[in-house]
Ligand binder design. Structure first.
Ligand SMILES: Cc1cc2nc3c(=O)[nH]c(=O)nc-3n(C[C@H](O)[C@H](O)[C@H](O)COP(=O)(O)OP(=O)(O)OC[C@H]3O[C@@H](n4cnc5c(N)ncnc54)[C@H](O)[C@@H]3O)c2cc1C
Length: 427
């Protein structure tokens, strides 16, 4: 690249799994990339998740039948969904989210997400090898657990869709479950073993390893709290907390749950509004004792938690319990009711000692009304590219997002259909 040629310079805001993936994929195409975050890489939502990479995640929460089940869920809130008063500010999101439970929209979303998930799975494998992190990847699937016949029957629709997409699964009954996971109690009558799935044992370390590779290959990382964006005659200006301006010819906004509020604060000349909301979730760690452990993540459909075998920052094995959805304002105070309920359910499923002190964590799954991330150039704002809104699956779909975004920015034909992710749909 010519030293004075700025056309291939880009700044990526946000160093979660999505931003780091965009930075790596753009760098691979010859861009000179600066990655900006107010924290270190992978220290927010991308750190605390369940680490599941599964083709079954093509199923969004808003699906046909939601209109029928929702009144019951709202009248008798359970561990899978809690709605807090602060979520009411997101009434536009809620209305649109329900609208996208229509069959037509659901089908478009499942096809789109399946493409992104598969592209991401290949890319994760390549990058895990390039960063010598393959040992973190387990390719032995994950288990959905059902306590009784009624719960199993209730999953028929999901199982049919997985079959339509040829997602490899196996049905386990009674003792077959313990032969796969010997430490689970016998309370589960049925299980669906999603075999087209993998998981990692420390999501934060994976993001950090990808970010380290980006730096080794010449990328630049900058600590800054980004407060506003401004369009310039040639390119973009972003302002940090001290008010200092920074210029860049091209900008990628990948700040996960903080992305849309930055756009709102910046008052840009665009009709774009994703109406994103925050599906908050919590985690808590338990030290496995007496040899009690799991081989793969398990999802207890009644307790609405995922329990994943992980390795903590000190390299010790832990079981990470992540909770269902709490619809609330992103910055509202944490409410640990869901964590306590999930812990009670976990203790019926597996024998555990005390939780690890200080391990509680909260994060926000950034969700758009159609459950598809926004990937592409912002309408009426040339040079400003968007990559956010990855709801429950941003850890797994970050790499595919990076690849797709880099192809779009290079004006190339894309590995998967980009239209379902286009920001134009919210303009
Ligand atoms: C409980 C739970 C379980 C989950 N389980 C899974 C799972 O099993 N598999 C899966 O694929 N996904 C899972 N997810 C979802 C996944 O974690 C998210 O979709 C994903 O991490 C989003 O990544 P991101 O890079 O968009 O956001 P983030 O990781 O949040 O990154 C955004 C970055 O922006 C930075 N930032 C914010 N504001 C500023 C600012 N003003 N200036 C500069 N930088 C800023 C932040 O510091 C952060 O580093 C789960 C989520 C939760 C909450």
């Amino acid at each position: 690249m010519n030293f004075l040629d700025t056309s291939r310079q880009v700044t990526v805001l946000g160093a979660g799994m999505v931003g780091v993936s965009c930075a790596l994929a753009l760098q691979a195409k010859g861009w000179q990339v600066t990655l900006v975050d107010k924290r270190g890489p992978g220290e927010e939502t991308s750190a605390g998740n369940a680490g599941v990479l599964s083709r079954s995640s093509l199923l969004p929460f808003n699906r046909p039948g939601l209109w029928q089940t929702l009144p019951r869920m709202l009248l008798k809130p359970g561990p899978s969904l809690q709605v807090r008063p602060s979520a009411l500010a997101h009434w536009r999101f809620m209305w649109r989210f329900l609208w996208h439970a229509r069959r037509q929209s659901f089908e478009a979303t499942t096809v789109a997400l399946d493409g992104l998930i598969q592209l991401s799975a290949q890319t994760h494998k390549t990058w895990l090898a390039q960063t010598a992190q393959q040992h973190r990847l387990r390719e032995n699937g994950w288990l959905w657990l059902f306590q009784n016949e009624a719960a199993w029957a209730g999953s028929a629709f999901s199982r049919e869709v997985l079959q339509e997409f040829s997602v490899a699964t196996a049905v386990l009954r009674g003792a077959e479950i313990q032969s796969l996971e010997p430490h689970l109690s016998s309370q589960f009558q049925h299980a669906l073993w999603i075999q087209d799935a993998a998981s990692v044992d420390n999501p934060a370390e994976v993001v950090k390893a990808y970010a380290d590779r980006f730096l080794k290959l010449g990328g630049v990382f900058r600590h800054s709290d980004v407060r506003a964006l401004q369009q310039q005659p040639q390119g973009w200006q972003w302002q940090d907390a001290s008010g200092a301006p920074h210029w860049t010819p091209n900008l990628v906004l990948a700040m996960g749950p903080w992305s849309e509020s930055l756009l709102q604060a910046s008052q840009l000349p665009s009709q774009f509004k994703a109406h994103m909301a925050f599906e908050r979730g919590y985690h808590r760690h338990f030290k496995p004792v007496g040899g009690v452990h799991l081989q793969r993540p398990v999802y207890d459909t009644a307790g609405a938690y995922v329990l994943s075998p992980m390795v903590n920052a000190q390299g010790e094995p832990v079981l990470r319990m992540t909770t269902g959805v709490e619809l609330a304002g992103r910055d509202a105070a944490p409410n640990t009711a869901q964590l306590e309920a999930a812990e009670n359910a976990v203790r019926r499923a597996i024998s555990l000692k005390e939780a690890v002190a200080g391990s509680d964590w909260m994060g926000s799954r950034p969700t758009t009304p159609d459950s598809r991330p926004v990937i592409g150039e912002m309408p009426q704002c040339p040079g400003l590219w968007l990559a956010f809104g990855h709801q429950h699956i941003g850890f797994s779909t970050g790499p595919g997002t990076g690849v797709l975004l880099a192809e779009l920015m290079a004006g190339e034909s894309t590995s998967i259909n980009s239209a379902p992710f286009s920001p134009m749909r919210f303009s």
